[in-house]
Design a protein around this ligand. Structure first.
Ligand SMILES: Cc1cc2nc3c(=O)[nH]c(=O)nc-3n(C[C@H](O)[C@H](O)[C@H](O)COP(=O)(O)OP(=O)(O)OC[C@H]3O[C@@H](n4cnc5c(N)ncnc54)[C@H](O)[C@@H]3O)c2cc1C
Length: 365
Protein backbone atom coordinates (compact mmCIF):
# COMPACT_ATOMS: atom_id res chain seq x y z
CA UNK A 1 0.00 0.00 0.00
CA UNK A 2 2.22 2.92 1.18
CA UNK A 3 5.93 3.56 1.33
CA UNK A 4 6.50 3.31 5.13
CA UNK A 5 4.64 0.87 7.42
CA UNK A 6 4.47 1.94 11.07
CA UNK A 7 3.18 -0.52 13.68
CA UNK A 8 1.01 0.47 16.62
CA UNK A 9 -0.90 -1.45 19.29
CA UNK A 10 -4.02 0.67 18.90
CA UNK A 11 -5.11 3.26 16.33
CA UNK A 12 -7.83 5.65 17.49
CA UNK A 13 -9.64 7.82 14.95
CA UNK A 14 -10.80 11.11 16.46
CA UNK A 15 -9.17 13.30 19.13
CA UNK A 16 -12.28 14.36 21.03
CA UNK A 17 -12.82 13.55 24.72
CA UNK A 18 -13.48 9.85 24.02
CA UNK A 19 -10.41 9.23 21.83
CA UNK A 20 -8.05 11.22 24.04
CA UNK A 21 -9.33 9.62 27.25
CA UNK A 22 -8.82 6.16 25.75
CA UNK A 23 -5.30 7.06 24.61
CA UNK A 24 -4.37 8.20 28.12
CA UNK A 25 -6.13 5.29 29.75
CA UNK A 26 -4.18 2.71 27.75
CA UNK A 27 -0.75 4.06 28.61
CA UNK A 28 1.95 3.28 29.61
CA UNK A 29 3.61 0.54 27.61
CA UNK A 30 1.45 0.62 24.52
CA UNK A 31 2.07 2.27 21.18
CA UNK A 32 -1.01 4.40 20.65
CA UNK A 33 -1.74 6.54 17.60
CA UNK A 34 -4.61 9.04 17.58
CA UNK A 35 -5.50 10.35 14.11
CA UNK A 36 -7.51 13.56 14.05
CA UNK A 37 -9.21 15.04 11.01
CA UNK A 38 -8.86 18.70 12.07
CA UNK A 39 -5.55 20.41 11.40
CA UNK A 40 -5.53 22.10 14.85
CA UNK A 41 -7.69 22.38 17.95
CA UNK A 42 -10.34 25.08 17.42
CA UNK A 43 -9.66 28.27 19.36
CA UNK A 44 -13.23 29.58 19.47
CA UNK A 45 -15.67 28.70 22.25
CA UNK A 46 -17.33 25.31 21.90
CA UNK A 47 -20.77 24.22 22.98
CA UNK A 48 -21.02 21.21 25.33
CA UNK A 49 -19.99 22.86 28.56
CA UNK A 50 -21.99 21.15 31.27
CA UNK A 51 -20.19 18.38 33.16
CA UNK A 52 -21.96 16.40 35.91
CA UNK A 53 -20.22 16.03 39.28
CA UNK A 54 -20.06 12.25 38.79
CA UNK A 55 -17.42 12.80 36.07
CA UNK A 56 -14.91 13.69 38.80
CA UNK A 57 -14.31 9.98 39.47
CA UNK A 58 -13.44 9.36 35.83
CA UNK A 59 -11.11 12.36 35.73
CA UNK A 60 -9.46 11.13 38.94
CA UNK A 61 -8.84 7.75 37.38
CA UNK A 62 -7.26 9.50 34.40
CA UNK A 63 -5.03 11.41 36.84
CA UNK A 64 -6.36 14.73 35.53
CA UNK A 65 -8.79 15.86 38.22
CA UNK A 66 -6.44 18.20 40.14
CA UNK A 67 -5.47 19.95 36.93
CA UNK A 68 -9.12 20.15 35.95
CA UNK A 69 -10.01 21.78 39.29
CA UNK A 70 -7.37 24.46 38.84
CA UNK A 71 -8.83 25.32 35.41
CA UNK A 72 -11.22 28.01 34.33
CA UNK A 73 -14.52 26.22 35.08
CA UNK A 74 -17.53 27.44 37.05
CA UNK A 75 -19.45 25.37 39.54
CA UNK A 76 -22.92 24.69 38.16
CA UNK A 77 -25.82 26.51 39.77
CA UNK A 78 -29.35 25.23 40.19
CA UNK A 79 -31.44 24.22 37.21
CA UNK A 80 -34.59 26.19 36.58
CA UNK A 81 -37.06 24.63 34.16
CA UNK A 82 -40.43 25.12 32.55
CA UNK A 83 -40.95 21.65 31.23
CA UNK A 84 -43.65 19.24 32.51
CA UNK A 85 -45.89 22.10 33.64
CA UNK A 86 -46.04 25.79 32.83
CA UNK A 87 -44.83 26.61 36.34
CA UNK A 88 -41.16 26.99 37.22
CA UNK A 89 -39.32 24.12 38.87
CA UNK A 90 -36.03 24.58 40.75
CA UNK A 91 -33.64 21.72 41.13
CA UNK A 92 -30.34 21.97 42.97
CA UNK A 93 -27.60 19.48 43.72
CA UNK A 94 -28.13 19.49 47.47
CA UNK A 95 -28.93 15.78 47.59
CA UNK A 96 -26.50 14.72 44.88
CA UNK A 97 -23.47 13.09 46.52
CA UNK A 98 -21.39 13.88 43.42
CA UNK A 99 -21.96 17.61 43.81
CA UNK A 100 -23.30 20.16 41.35
CA UNK A 101 -20.80 19.67 38.52
CA UNK A 102 -19.36 22.41 36.33
CA UNK A 103 -20.08 24.77 33.49
CA UNK A 104 -16.76 24.31 31.81
CA UNK A 105 -14.53 26.27 29.57
CA UNK A 106 -14.90 23.50 27.00
CA UNK A 107 -11.88 24.51 24.94
CA UNK A 108 -9.69 24.31 28.03
CA UNK A 109 -11.16 20.92 28.94
CA UNK A 110 -10.39 19.56 25.46
CA UNK A 111 -6.83 20.94 25.73
CA UNK A 112 -6.42 19.24 29.11
CA UNK A 113 -7.31 15.88 27.59
CA UNK A 114 -5.05 16.48 24.59
CA UNK A 115 -2.07 17.31 26.82
CA UNK A 116 -3.02 14.34 29.04
CA UNK A 117 -2.86 11.93 26.11
CA UNK A 118 0.44 13.39 24.85
CA UNK A 119 2.05 13.40 28.31
CA UNK A 120 1.13 9.74 28.69
CA UNK A 121 3.05 8.95 25.51
CA UNK A 122 0.36 8.73 22.82
CA UNK A 123 1.16 10.10 19.37
CA UNK A 124 -1.43 12.53 18.00
CA UNK A 125 -1.47 13.14 14.25
CA UNK A 126 -3.63 16.10 13.25
CA UNK A 127 -4.89 16.97 9.76
CA UNK A 128 -5.72 13.35 8.83
CA UNK A 129 -8.64 14.28 6.64
CA UNK A 130 -8.24 11.71 3.90
CA UNK A 131 -7.23 8.11 4.26
CA UNK A 132 -8.01 4.59 3.19
CA UNK A 133 -8.68 1.76 5.60
CA UNK A 134 -7.76 -1.79 4.71
CA UNK A 135 -6.62 -5.03 6.32
CA UNK A 136 -3.30 -6.85 6.21
CA UNK A 137 -3.62 -10.19 8.01
CA UNK A 138 -4.97 -9.47 11.50
CA UNK A 139 -4.04 -5.79 11.28
CA UNK A 140 -6.04 -2.75 10.36
CA UNK A 141 -4.00 -0.53 8.06
CA UNK A 142 -4.61 3.13 7.32
CA UNK A 143 -2.92 4.87 4.45
CA UNK A 144 -2.85 8.63 4.76
CA UNK A 145 -3.27 10.44 1.48
CA UNK A 146 -1.17 13.47 2.41
CA UNK A 147 1.97 11.56 3.41
CA UNK A 148 1.36 8.13 1.88
CA UNK A 149 2.44 6.67 5.28
CA UNK A 150 0.89 3.39 6.28
CA UNK A 151 -0.16 2.92 9.92
CA UNK A 152 -1.11 -0.58 11.11
CA UNK A 153 -2.51 -2.02 14.35
CA UNK A 154 -4.55 -5.03 15.44
CA UNK A 155 -7.08 -2.69 17.14
CA UNK A 156 -8.95 0.17 15.48
CA UNK A 157 -11.26 2.45 17.50
CA UNK A 158 -13.85 4.80 16.05
CA UNK A 159 -13.99 7.93 18.23
CA UNK A 160 -15.06 10.26 15.42
CA UNK A 161 -18.05 11.69 17.28
CA UNK A 162 -21.69 11.75 16.28
CA UNK A 163 -21.09 10.80 12.64
CA UNK A 164 -19.56 7.47 13.70
CA UNK A 165 -18.20 7.68 10.19
CA UNK A 166 -15.71 4.85 10.42
CA UNK A 167 -18.14 2.35 11.94
CA UNK A 168 -20.77 3.25 9.35
CA UNK A 169 -18.20 3.03 6.55
CA UNK A 170 -17.17 -0.43 7.77
CA UNK A 171 -20.73 -1.75 7.84
CA UNK A 172 -21.84 -1.49 11.49
CA UNK A 173 -25.63 -1.03 11.56
CA UNK A 174 -27.23 2.15 12.84
CA UNK A 175 -29.96 1.63 15.44
CA UNK A 176 -31.20 5.20 15.83
CA UNK A 177 -30.49 8.64 14.35
CA UNK A 178 -32.73 11.44 15.62
CA UNK A 179 -32.80 14.56 13.39
CA UNK A 180 -32.59 17.07 16.25
CA UNK A 181 -30.83 20.30 15.34
CA UNK A 182 -29.23 22.68 17.83
CA UNK A 183 -29.14 26.36 16.85
CA UNK A 184 -26.94 28.35 19.22
CA UNK A 185 -25.00 31.50 19.83
CA UNK A 186 -22.63 32.82 22.47
CA UNK A 187 -23.68 36.03 24.18
CA UNK A 188 -21.41 38.51 25.88
CA UNK A 189 -22.50 38.46 29.47
CA UNK A 190 -22.56 41.68 31.55
CA UNK A 191 -20.00 41.82 34.39
CA UNK A 192 -22.88 42.07 36.89
CA UNK A 193 -24.68 38.98 35.50
CA UNK A 194 -24.73 36.84 38.63
CA UNK A 195 -27.33 34.41 37.36
CA UNK A 196 -25.66 31.00 37.75
CA UNK A 197 -28.78 29.00 36.90
CA UNK A 198 -29.13 26.69 33.95
CA UNK A 199 -32.49 27.65 32.42
CA UNK A 200 -34.45 25.20 30.28
CA UNK A 201 -37.83 25.88 28.68
CA UNK A 202 -39.96 23.72 26.39
CA UNK A 203 -42.16 25.21 23.66
CA UNK A 204 -44.32 23.73 20.88
CA UNK A 205 -41.46 23.18 18.48
CA UNK A 206 -38.54 22.30 20.72
CA UNK A 207 -36.66 23.44 23.79
CA UNK A 208 -34.31 26.21 24.91
CA UNK A 209 -31.47 26.47 27.32
CA UNK A 210 -29.16 29.16 28.50
CA UNK A 211 -26.32 29.06 30.98
CA UNK A 212 -23.32 31.19 31.87
CA UNK A 213 -19.96 29.86 30.85
CA UNK A 214 -16.50 31.17 31.85
CA UNK A 215 -14.94 34.27 30.24
CA UNK A 216 -18.06 36.39 30.72
CA UNK A 217 -20.05 34.49 28.14
CA UNK A 218 -23.45 32.89 28.06
CA UNK A 219 -24.64 30.17 25.72
CA UNK A 220 -28.15 30.34 24.27
CA UNK A 221 -29.40 27.28 22.38
CA UNK A 222 -32.63 26.06 20.80
CA UNK A 223 -33.25 22.44 19.82
CA UNK A 224 -35.81 21.67 17.13
CA UNK A 225 -36.40 19.28 14.26
CA UNK A 226 -33.89 19.77 11.45
CA UNK A 227 -36.71 19.80 8.87
CA UNK A 228 -38.63 22.51 10.72
CA UNK A 229 -38.33 25.64 8.48
CA UNK A 230 -38.43 27.92 11.54
CA UNK A 231 -34.65 28.12 11.96
CA UNK A 232 -34.15 29.21 8.34
CA UNK A 233 -36.14 32.37 9.11
CA UNK A 234 -33.42 33.61 11.45
CA UNK A 235 -31.25 35.49 9.00
CA UNK A 236 -29.32 37.35 11.70
CA UNK A 237 -28.34 36.45 15.27
CA UNK A 238 -30.67 39.22 16.47
CA UNK A 239 -33.67 37.45 14.86
CA UNK A 240 -32.82 34.42 16.95
CA UNK A 241 -32.46 36.51 20.09
CA UNK A 242 -35.82 38.21 19.47
CA UNK A 243 -37.49 34.82 19.14
CA UNK A 244 -35.81 33.57 22.31
CA UNK A 245 -37.07 36.62 24.20
CA UNK A 246 -40.67 35.47 23.70
CA UNK A 247 -39.93 32.87 26.37
CA UNK A 248 -40.11 34.49 29.76
CA UNK A 249 -37.72 32.18 31.62
CA UNK A 250 -35.05 32.58 28.95
CA UNK A 251 -35.73 36.28 28.34
CA UNK A 252 -34.94 37.15 31.95
CA UNK A 253 -31.38 35.88 31.58
CA UNK A 254 -30.58 37.36 28.16
CA UNK A 255 -32.52 40.59 27.98
CA UNK A 256 -29.61 43.01 27.56
CA UNK A 257 -27.13 40.79 25.78
CA UNK A 258 -25.77 40.86 22.22
CA UNK A 259 -25.26 37.63 20.29
CA UNK A 260 -22.28 36.49 18.22
CA UNK A 261 -22.80 34.51 15.00
CA UNK A 262 -25.45 31.78 14.80
CA UNK A 263 -24.13 28.21 14.74
CA UNK A 264 -25.82 24.89 13.96
CA UNK A 265 -25.07 21.34 15.09
CA UNK A 266 -26.90 18.03 14.64
CA UNK A 267 -27.58 17.06 18.23
CA UNK A 268 -30.10 14.19 18.45
CA UNK A 269 -29.59 10.72 19.81
CA UNK A 270 -27.56 8.55 17.45
CA UNK A 271 -26.81 4.97 18.28
CA UNK A 272 -25.00 2.16 16.55
CA UNK A 273 -26.44 -1.30 16.87
CA UNK A 274 -24.02 -2.41 19.58
CA UNK A 275 -24.55 -6.08 18.76
CA UNK A 276 -23.24 -5.55 15.22
CA UNK A 277 -19.81 -4.08 16.05
CA UNK A 278 -18.20 -7.30 14.80
CA UNK A 279 -19.60 -6.58 11.30
CA UNK A 280 -16.75 -4.10 10.87
CA UNK A 281 -14.21 -6.87 11.41
CA UNK A 282 -12.19 -8.30 14.28
CA UNK A 283 -10.41 -5.77 16.51
CA UNK A 284 -12.87 -2.93 15.92
CA UNK A 285 -14.51 -0.82 18.67
CA UNK A 286 -16.50 2.41 18.75
CA UNK A 287 -16.67 4.75 21.76
CA UNK A 288 -18.11 8.11 22.82
CA UNK A 289 -20.61 9.79 20.52
CA UNK A 290 -19.58 7.49 17.68
CA UNK A 291 -21.19 4.62 19.59
CA UNK A 292 -23.98 6.45 21.39
CA UNK A 293 -24.70 10.17 21.09
CA UNK A 294 -26.79 11.49 23.96
CA UNK A 295 -29.43 14.14 23.42
CA UNK A 296 -28.10 17.40 24.97
CA UNK A 297 -31.10 17.45 27.36
CA UNK A 298 -29.28 14.72 29.29
CA UNK A 299 -25.96 16.63 29.71
CA UNK A 300 -24.33 13.20 29.74
CA UNK A 301 -22.30 13.26 26.51
CA UNK A 302 -18.88 13.94 27.97
CA UNK A 303 -19.45 11.63 30.92
CA UNK A 304 -20.31 8.85 28.48
CA UNK A 305 -17.27 9.65 26.33
CA UNK A 306 -14.96 9.25 29.33
CA UNK A 307 -16.83 6.21 30.67
CA UNK A 308 -16.98 4.35 27.35
CA UNK A 309 -13.27 5.08 26.82
CA UNK A 310 -12.60 3.49 30.21
CA UNK A 311 -14.73 0.44 29.31
CA UNK A 312 -12.89 0.06 26.00
CA UNK A 313 -9.52 0.32 27.78
CA UNK A 314 -10.67 -2.42 30.19
CA UNK A 315 -11.67 -4.62 27.24
CA UNK A 316 -8.28 -4.12 25.57
CA UNK A 317 -6.46 -4.88 28.83
CA UNK A 318 -8.64 -8.00 29.21
CA UNK A 319 -7.37 -9.37 25.88
CA UNK A 320 -9.63 -7.87 23.21
CA UNK A 321 -9.80 -8.93 20.38
CA UNK A 322 -8.45 -12.44 21.08
CA UNK A 323 -10.64 -12.98 24.17
CA UNK A 324 -14.29 -12.94 23.14
CA UNK A 325 -15.39 -12.22 26.72
CA UNK A 326 -13.66 -8.85 26.59
CA UNK A 327 -15.81 -7.69 23.67
CA UNK A 328 -18.94 -9.19 25.19
CA UNK A 329 -18.39 -7.38 28.49
CA UNK A 330 -17.90 -4.10 26.65
CA UNK A 331 -21.06 -4.69 24.60
CA UNK A 332 -23.06 -5.66 27.70
CA UNK A 333 -22.03 -2.50 29.52
CA UNK A 334 -22.77 -0.25 26.56
CA UNK A 335 -26.10 -1.96 25.83
CA UNK A 336 -27.15 -1.42 29.46
CA UNK A 337 -26.19 2.26 29.24
CA UNK A 338 -28.12 2.65 25.97
CA UNK A 339 -31.24 0.90 27.26
CA UNK A 340 -31.40 2.95 30.47
CA UNK A 341 -30.76 6.15 28.56
CA UNK A 342 -33.55 5.52 26.02
CA UNK A 343 -36.08 4.84 28.79
CA UNK A 344 -35.13 8.08 30.57
CA UNK A 345 -35.10 10.06 27.34
CA UNK A 346 -38.58 8.94 26.40
CA UNK A 347 -40.01 9.85 29.77
CA UNK A 348 -38.28 13.26 29.58
CA UNK A 349 -39.87 13.99 26.21
CA UNK A 350 -43.25 12.73 27.45
CA UNK A 351 -43.10 15.34 30.23
CA UNK A 352 -44.65 18.40 28.54
CA UNK A 353 -48.09 16.85 27.98
CA UNK A 354 -49.50 20.19 26.85
CA UNK A 355 -47.49 19.67 23.63
CA UNK A 356 -48.41 15.99 23.19
CA UNK A 357 -50.02 16.74 19.82
CA UNK A 358 -47.09 18.75 18.48
CA UNK A 359 -44.92 16.85 16.04
CA UNK A 360 -41.61 17.61 17.76
CA UNK A 361 -42.82 16.08 21.03
CA UNK A 362 -45.00 13.24 19.73
CA UNK A 363 -42.23 11.76 17.57
CA UNK A 364 -39.94 11.54 20.63
CA UNK A 365 -42.49 10.51 23.21
C1 LIG B 1 -25.54 21.23 21.00
C2 LIG B 1 -24.79 20.30 21.90
C3 LIG B 1 -24.71 20.55 23.24
C4 LIG B 1 -24.03 19.65 24.08
N1 LIG B 1 -23.96 19.92 25.41
C5 LIG B 1 -23.34 19.03 26.22
C6 LIG B 1 -23.24 19.29 27.61
O1 LIG B 1 -23.68 20.32 28.10
N2 LIG B 1 -22.63 18.35 28.39
C7 LIG B 1 -22.11 17.21 27.86
O2 LIG B 1 -21.58 16.38 28.61
N3 LIG B 1 -22.16 16.97 26.54
C8 LIG B 1 -22.75 17.85 25.72
N4 LIG B 1 -22.78 17.61 24.39
C9 LIG B 1 -22.17 16.39 23.86
C10 LIG B 1 -20.65 16.41 23.91
O3 LIG B 1 -20.13 17.55 23.26
C11 LIG B 1 -20.18 15.14 23.21
O4 LIG B 1 -20.81 14.05 23.83
C12 LIG B 1 -18.68 14.93 23.29
O5 LIG B 1 -17.99 15.98 22.65
C13 LIG B 1 -18.37 13.61 22.58
O6 LIG B 1 -16.99 13.38 22.57
P1 LIG B 1 -16.41 12.43 21.44
O7 LIG B 1 -14.95 12.41 21.67
O8 LIG B 1 -17.15 11.16 21.40
O9 LIG B 1 -16.74 13.17 20.06
P2 LIG B 1 -16.32 14.63 19.55
O10 LIG B 1 -16.15 15.58 20.67
O11 LIG B 1 -17.29 14.96 18.49
O12 LIG B 1 -14.89 14.39 18.90
C14 LIG B 1 -14.74 13.64 17.72
C15 LIG B 1 -13.41 14.01 17.06
O13 LIG B 1 -13.23 13.20 15.92
C16 LIG B 1 -12.78 13.99 14.84
N5 LIG B 1 -13.20 13.31 13.59
C17 LIG B 1 -14.41 13.27 13.01
N6 LIG B 1 -14.39 12.53 11.90
C18 LIG B 1 -13.12 12.05 11.79
C19 LIG B 1 -12.49 11.20 10.86
N7 LIG B 1 -13.14 10.68 9.84
N8 LIG B 1 -11.18 10.91 11.05
C20 LIG B 1 -10.51 11.43 12.11
N9 LIG B 1 -11.05 12.25 13.03
C21 LIG B 1 -12.36 12.54 12.87
C22 LIG B 1 -13.47 15.32 15.06
O14 LIG B 1 -12.78 16.37 14.39
C23 LIG B 1 -13.39 15.45 16.57
O15 LIG B 1 -12.20 16.07 17.00
C24 LIG B 1 -23.44 18.50 23.53
C25 LIG B 1 -23.52 18.25 22.16
C26 LIG B 1 -24.19 19.13 21.34
C27 LIG B 1 -24.26 18.87 19.86
Amino acid sequence: MGRTAISWDVIILGAGPAGLALARNLQPNRRILVMERRATMPTEPRIGESLPGSASVLLQRLGLFDQFLSGDHRERGATLTIWDETTRVWRDALRDPSGPGWNMNRREFDQLLLAGARDAGATILEGCSQFEIGRQGQDWCIRLHQSDDLHCAPILVDATGRSGSIARRLGVSVYLDDPLLCVYTFLCSCPDDEDATMRIQADEQGWWYTAQIPHGQRVLAYHLDAENPLWRQWQKPLDFLDYARRHQLIAEAIHTLAPSKLQYRPAGTAMLDIDTLHQAGSGFLAIGDALLTFDPISSQGIFHSLASAESAANAIRAGFPEHLDALQNFQNEMRAVGTRYLINLKSTYQGPRRFANCEFWSRRA
